[in-house]
Design a binder for this molecule. Structure first.
Ligand SMILES: Cc1cc2nc3c(=O)[nH]c(=O)nc-3n(C[C@H](O)[C@H](O)[C@H](O)COP(=O)(O)OP(=O)(O)OC[C@H]3O[C@@H](n4cnc5c(N)ncnc54)[C@H](O)[C@@H]3O)c2cc1C
Length: 469
C-alpha cells in the first residue's frame, strides 16, 4: 500500500524554477508541497567545488552525457535548491534580443523586457544580486585586460551573492526559507516517478526511502530541470513537443600559464566575461583549483605537468555558445533518460572560432603559454602559433562540456514547436504546468538562472490568479 497525501499544490523539483514557484504559492495561502529527489543539505555542508560536493549535491556524481559527435558531458544539481546550490550564481537578465526572438518565433505573449522587469525586480529583491566590491582577482582581470588590448568589450558579471556576509544567494538561503516561513513543506529524498490526472486532481506517484507515496494535488508544477522534466512527462505519456528541443551552452576550455601568481587561494571567484561576440559565442573565466585544472587538462600532459609546481600561475577559461540540438528519451526499465545531441557545422565552427579568440585574448593578457583543452592539440607559446591549429574543430576527439541545460519543453503560442502555452501550461494538459529551464525557447549565451527565476515568477503569479486552471 502506498502512503497517501493530499495538498492544494505540488511542485516537483526544488531548483530555482521550483523554489520561486513554491514560495509564491505558499505565500498566496495554498497548502504547498515541494518535492525533491536529492538530499536537504545546508549551503555550507561541503566545500564549494570539492569532490565531496560533487558526490553529495550533483546528479550522477556530475557525470551525465549527451551522446553525439562530439558528445557533451553536462552537470546538474540534485539536492534541495537544485543547480543554485552548486553553481557560481553569475547573473544576467535575459538579453532583450533573445526575448524578442522568442516572442516572434515561439509567439510568447507579454515577454518584453518591460513586462519581465517586475519579475526580475522581485527575484532580485529576495535573492541579492551584486557586483564584486573592490578589484577583481588577477585571474579574472587578465581576461578583461586581454580583451581590452584587442578592442573587445568585457564586463564583470554580477552574482547572486551577498558580499557582506560572504554567502551565495542559493535557493536554500533565499526562496526556500521564505517558502517554509509561509507554511510550505519540503519533502527531500523523494523522487516523482509518474503523474496522472484522476477525479479532476493531479496524482503524483513517488518513492521515498524505498516506500511508494501517492500525492494528490489541485495544482501541479513540474520543475525537475530541463532533462528530468521531459523524462517525467514522457514516462507519464505526455509527449507533444516534450524533450525534442533540449539545448546547452557547450564549452571549450583553455588553460593559460602566466609569469606571476594570478590564482591565489582565498581569491574571490572570477567574474570577467567578454560579451563582444554574443550571441555567436561568449567568453569567461572558470574556477581554477588544481583539481579542476587537472580535469580540464586530462588530454594535455605538457601543460598538466605544470600543475604541481605552478597552479598559482595558471588560469582556466572557457568559450561557450548554443551549439547542439538534443532529444530526451526514456527506455522502459532504465532509470536515467537517454540524451542524444546533433550539431550544426556552423554552430560548432563558431565555437571553435571562439576558442581562437580566447587564445588570442590570453596571449594579449601576457600569458607565457596557453593550452587549448582538446586532446592532441599542442601547448602554444605565442599568438602566432594559433594559426597552426587544425582549421576546424577535431570532432572525433573534441570533448565539450556544459553546465547549462534548457529549452526541452519550450513555451509559446506556436503549438507547432512549443510544449506549453505562453505561461507554462502544457498544451492539452488540463492545467498541468512546467516551471523550470525547460520552458526557455533557446540559448541565452548569458548565464540562465536569472531567466529561469523571472519566468517562473511571472508564470506562478499567472497560475495563482487563475487558481491553477
Ligand atoms: C556546476 C554548475 C554551474 C552553473 N553556473 C551557473 C551560473 O553561474 N549562473 C547561472 O545563471 N546558471 C548557472 N548554472 C545553471 C543553473 O544552475 C540552472 O540554469 C538552474 O539551476 C536551472 O534551474 P531549474 O529549476 O530549471 O532546474 P534545477 O536547478 O536542475 O533543479 C531541478 C531539481 O529537480 C530535482 N528533480 C529532478 N527530477 C526529479 C524527480 N523525478 N522528482 C523530484 N525531484 C526531481 C533535481 O534533483 C533538482 O534539484 C550552473 C549549473 C551548474 C550545474
Amino acid at each position: 500500500m502506498a502512503d497517501r497525501l493530499r495538498v492544494d499544490v505540488a511542485v516537483l523539483g526544488s531548483g530555482p524554477g521550483g523554489s520561486v514557484t513554491a514560495a509564491l504559492c505558499a505565500e498566496a495561502g495554498f497548502q504547498t508541497l515541494l518535492l525533491e529527489e536529492g538530499p536537504d543539505l545546508p549551503l555550507d555542508a561541503c566545500r564549494h567545488f570539492s569532490g565531496e560536493e560533487i558526490v553529495r549535491k550533483y546528479r550522477n556524481r556530475g557525470l551525465s552525457l549527451a551522446f553525439g559527435k562530439p558528445s557533451i558531458s553536462y552537470m546538474e544539481g540534485c539536492c534541495v535548491g537544485g543547480g543554485s546550490e552548486v553553481n557560481r550564481g553569475l547573473y544576467h537578465r535575459t538579453p532583450a534580443y533573445v526575448l524578442d526572438r522568442w516572442a516572434r518565433e515561439y509567439q510568447v505573449d507579454a515577454l518584453t523586457p518591460d513586462a519581465l522587469a517586475p519579475h526580475f525586480d522581485a527575484c532580485e529583491a529576495r535573492a541579492r544580486v551584486a557586483g564584486l566590491p573592490g578589484r577583481a582577482p588577477p585571474l579574472s582581470q587578465r581576461l578583461g585586460d586581454g580583451g581590452a588590448a584587442l578592442g573587445w568589450d568585457s564586463m564583470q558579471a554580477p552574482r547572486l551573492f551577498d558580499y557582506a556576509s560572504g554567502r551565495k544567494q542559493s535557493m536554500s538561503e533565499t526562496f526556500i526559507p521564505q517558502f517554509r516561513r509561509a507554511g510550505g513543506e519540503v519533502m527531500a529524498g523523494t523522487r516523482a516517478l509518474r503523474i496522472a490526472r484522476a477525479n479532476r486532481r493531479w496524482r503524483v506517484s513517488a518513492v521515498r526511502d524505498g516506500r511508494a507515496l501517492e500525492i494528490e494535488a489541485d495544482g501541479l508544477f513540474v520543475a525537475c530541470g530541463a532533462v528530468q522534466t521531459p523524462a517525467l512527462l514522457r514516462r507519464s505519456g505526455i509527449r507533444h513537443n516534450v524533450g525534442n528541443s533540449l539545448r546547452f551552452h557547450p564549452m571549450l576550455k583553455a588553460v593559460a600559464l602566466f609569469s606571476d601568481a594570478v590564482n591565489r587561494p582565498g581569491d574571490p571567484d572570477p567574474v570577467h566575461q567578454i560579451k563582444a561576440f554574443e550571441p555567436r559565442f561568449g567568453i569567461g573565466c572558470s574556477i581554477s583549483s588544481p583539481a579542476l585544472l587537472a580535469l580540464a587538462l586530462a588530454g594535455n600532459p605538457a601543460m598538466r605537468a605544470h600543475i604541481a609546481q605552478a597552479s598559482d600561475r595558471m588560469g582556466l577559461y572557457y568559450v561557450q555558445n548554443g551549439s547542439g540540438h538534443a532529444r530526451v528519451r526514456c527506455l522502459p526499465g532504465v532509470r536515467d533518460p537517454i540524451v542524444s545531441v546533433a550539431h550544426e557545422s556552423n554552430e560548432l565552427e563558431a565555437l571553435y572560432d571562439g576558442l581562437r579568440h580566447l587564445l588570442s585574448a590570453l596571449f594579449a593578457a601576457g600569458a607565457e603559454a596557453v593550452q587549448p583543452c582538446l586532446p592532441g592539440l599542442p601547448m602554444l607559446r605565442s599568438a602566432a602559433e594559433i594559426d597552426a591549429l587544425p582549421a576546424s574543430l577535431p570532432r572525433k576527439s573534441a570533448s565539450l562540456s556544459s553546465v547549462h541545460v534548457f529549452a526541452s519543453c519550450p513555451m509559446g503560442g506556436n503549438q507547432r514547436i512549443t510544449a506549453t502555452d505562453s505561461w507554462g501550461r502544457v498544451h492539452g494538459g488540463d492545467g498541468l504546468r512546467i516551471a523550470d529551464a525547460s520552458l526557455m525557447c533557446g540559448p541565452t549565451i548569458a548565464n540562465p538562472q536569472g531567466s529561469v527565476m523571472a519566468i517562473a515568477h511571472r508564470n506562478a503569479l499567472h497560475a495563482i490568479e487563475r487558481r491553477f486552471a
